[in-house]
Ligand binder design. Structure first.
Ligand code: ADP
Ligand code: MG
Ligand code: MG
Length: 252
């Protein structure tokens, strides 16, 4: 589904990604971990196509297509979803209106007819039920005055409605309470399927107690310096990152 070859990227002239290689197949959940500042959010942002980042080398193929040629909205329409680290608040725009516009723009790009109000509502109600999203949140301005848990549930709900092939979640390094973590995990697990894949970016092992990844990768200084299975996350929880840093420094 996703193939990243020797990806290099900079922000404001500063090199952040220094040759990322990663393959994600349908049905898999990959966790990206690593110390603060290692480039995790940069990688997620580059995949989503955020414009502040400059790709300086390498390629990213999504279902064989060159992703880096596509605008962010085109990537979304191809089936990539990024749940933002700090979800934006949009006063005056309800979640439901925001999503209706997003869904119909994606359908247009794919050459599909837009959903009318009734079709959209039916779909949205089904998805809300699936991820246990309260109807009253749908009618409130996007994220405005939402609690941490409500924002998380809303992100998962957006992912359910947009129904991406590849969901990328970039979790905050702090401030997520255990309930919010559970909401995210439950949502990801509910939406897991053999046709889809998820990349979970996280600083903490805790989330991976609930979302059991197929693969765990450690990003350090803009490179994936170690990959393993869920046991690697447990080892990191136990030993921290210093041993990995030492291994990397020893080979440089
Ligand atoms: P992580 O998510 O692993 O904590 P980031 O991808 O957020 O790491 O950041 C990687 C590096 O890029 C850090 O050194 C950070 O300071 C730098 N960086 C991130 N965003 C910007 C920006 N907008 N301007 C300048 N430097 C940035
Ligand atoms: Mg960070
Ligand atoms: Mg980050």
């Amino acid at each position: 589904m996703l193939k990243i070859n020797d990806l290099h990227a900079s922000i404001e002239g500063k090199k952040i990604l220094n040759g990322i290689n990663l393959t994600v197949n349908a049905g898999e959940v990959h966790a990206i971990m690593g110390p603060n500042g290692s480039g995790k959010s940069t990688l997620a942002s580059v995949l989503a196509g955020r414009e502040e980042y400059e790709v300086t080398g390498g390629e990213v193929l999504f279902e064989g297509k060159d992703l880096l040629d596509l605008a962010p909205e085109e990537r979304a329409a191809e089936g990539i979803f990024l749940a933002f680290q700090y979800p934006v608040e949009i006063p005056g725009v309800t979640t439901i209106n925001f999503l209706k516009t997003a869904v119909n723009e994606m359908r247009k790009y794919r050459g599909e007819a837009p959903l009318d109000a009734a079709q959209f509502l039916k779909m949205v109600r089904e998805k809300a039920k699936l991820v246990r999203m309260n109807d009253s949140l749908l009618k409130r301005s996007l994220n405005e005055g939402f609690s941490g848990g409500e924002k998380k549930r809303n992100e998962i709900f957006q992912m359910a409605v947009l129904d991406p092939k590849l969901g990328i979640l970039d979790e905050t390094d702090s401030g997520l309470d255990i309930d919010a973590l559970r909401i995210v995990a439950e949502g990801v697990n509910t939406l897991r399927s053999p046709e889809k894949a998820t990349i979970v970016v996280t600083h903490y092992q805790r989330l991976l107690d609930y979302i059991v990844p197929d693969y765990v990768h450690v990003l350090y200084k803009g490179r994936i310096v170690k990959s393993g299975t869920k046991e690697l996350a447990l080892e990191l929880e136990d030993k921290g990152y210093d041993w990995i840093k030492a291994e990397v420094e020893a080979t440089m």
